[in-house]
Write a protein that binds this ligand. Structure first.
Ligand code: SAM
Length: 421
């Protein structure tokens, strides 16, 4: 049996509401540009920001789709965020940028030309991206159109800058709308009828339909781009395990949702965008990137996790070491790998927490939105480990607030772990 669970894990959350997940973001301008499961809700971040006065300097060491920096900048706070996925760094910066009226007009004009030409015989084309099993992702005509849409953007848009960025954001929307990806579950799956996300069997008029899709995606992106943030925000490329190497100065507030120890690989859902936009070229690169990500399990990351052993300098609370032993002995086949996975996850988070606490000024606050995890019948009290690690890293007070029940299993809850320094 697992060690006695802390009182916090048993506390009942107030909500189980869609507005506390990424689904809520779709109707919120730039927040809805791309639907990515790892994103947390605008509402969670906004509620935290609404409780604070004055001009703040806000940090998010796990930027993802840039929810925190965008919320902060929209409310007039300066924000800085870090992520080690280069696609998300690009996308986050496109989301928080300021766009003037001239740029928006240029995007309009360029998009008009692109959508006139894409899908025609004379349109330039790019080769299909080297995404494994690509026919699972797109019906043939949709794939053909996307090659010509990308080729046309490449030939008509400036080689870099805001116009290109906004066209590419719209391209990302279109590629996922035309794909077989389905988002009915916590993570992504595939429709098996090869009809594309619209549920339509594409016919002879498909090029017209595809162009209309791109036009509507451009309109959606332009609508969000027209609402500029009130302050500057940016996302830098870096590793949160040594976040102090990537950012300067001190911060008033940290709001983040780090990866959870739940074996979810962000790379899985991000692959189509990353291959089309040239951030990934083969499966090995995808595995290498996920190996660098905390909690990653894609490709080579899984086999490397298996050989993890506890570092002398790490801090794992005693009850966690006991839980790891229980996970290890629960299943002869996969128990050892899972225990290594969880152990490595917390060791990485310990490096992160040590490097980040000193970046928050005295009197400042840190919010870690995290979920607990279950392996076999063993619940890992992730929120309690965060609390203990934050205290050990220098926080003076830590509280655990349950936010919502997660859908999949009834013991699984999302918490806001709030630390003061
Ligand atoms: C749960 S997601 C963050 C989602 C974000 N709050 C949002 O709303 O989109 C966690 C992010 O942490 C990033 N990440 C994982 N390991 C990292 C590391 N060592 N350094 C920096 N970022 C990392 C992943 O790439 C992913 O984007």
């Amino acid at each position: 049996m697992p060690a006695a669970q802390p009182a916090e894990s048993a506390a009942k959350p107030k909500h189980r509401r869609a507005e506390l997940t990424f689904k809520h973001n779709a109707a919120h301008g730039r927040h809805g540009w791309l639907r990515l499961t790892p994103a947390y809700s605008v509402k969670v971040v906004d509620d935290i920001l609404a409780r604070r006065d004055g001009d703040l300097r806000v940090l998010d060491p796990f930027s993802g789709t840039g929810t925190t920096p965008l919320c902060a900048a929209m409310r007039g706070h300066a924000a800085l965020a870090v992520d080690l996925n280069p696609f998300l760094v690009w996308f986050g910066n496109a989301k928080v940028a300021t766009y003037d009226a001239t740029t928006l007009r240029e995007v309009e004009e360029c998009a008009r030309e692109v959508s006139r030409l894409a899908g025609t015989r004379s349109a330039p084309r790019v080769p299909e991206p080297p995404l494994h099993n690509i026919q699972r992702w797109w019906p043939p005509r949709a794939l053909d159109f996307l090659c010509s849409l990308m080729g046309t953007i490449g030939s008509r848009a400036p080689t870099e800058g805001a116009v290109r960025d906004l066209l590419l954001v719209a391209f990302c929307r279109t590629l996922i709308r035309l794909s077989n990806a389905a988002f009915n579950h916590q993570s992504m799956s595939f429709r098996d009828d090869n009809k594309g996300a619209q549920g339509t069997l594409f016919g002879p008029e498909d090029a017209t339909f595809f162009r209309m899709q791109f036009r509507s995606d451009i309109d959606f992106v332009l609508c969000g781009a027209g609402q500029n943030p009130r302050q500057r925000a940016s996302i830098v490329f870096g590793d949160a395990r040594a976040v102090d190497k990537h950012v300067d100065g001190v911060f008033d507030l940290l709001i983040t949702s780090p990866p959870y120890p739940n074996r979810m690989s962000y790379i899985r859902e991000l692959r189509p965008y990353m291959y089309w936009l040239g951030y990934l070229h083969d499966a090995r690169e995808a595995g290498e990137l996920d190996w660098k990500a905390i909690g990653g399990t894609w490709g080579v990351a899984t086999s490397r996790v298996a050989s993890w052993s506890k570092q002398a300098a790490s801090f794992l609370p005693e009850y966690l070491t006991t839980l790891l032993d229980q996970i290890r002995s629960s299943d002869a086949k996969s128990g050892a790998v899972l225990a290594s996975y969880v152990g490595k996850y917390f060791e990485d988070m310990w490096s992160h927490l040590q490097s980040v606490v000193r970046l928050v000024r005295t009197g400042g606050e840190l919010h870690y939105v995290v979920g607990n995890s279950k392996f076999y019948d063993i619940v890992v009290p992730v929120e309690r480990v965060y609390r203990d690690m934050l205290l050990r890293a220098g926080a003076t007070k830590v509280e655990i607030e349950p936010l919502r029940k997660r859908n999949s299993k009834k013991e699984l809850v999302e918490f806001d772990v709030v630390a003061r320094v």
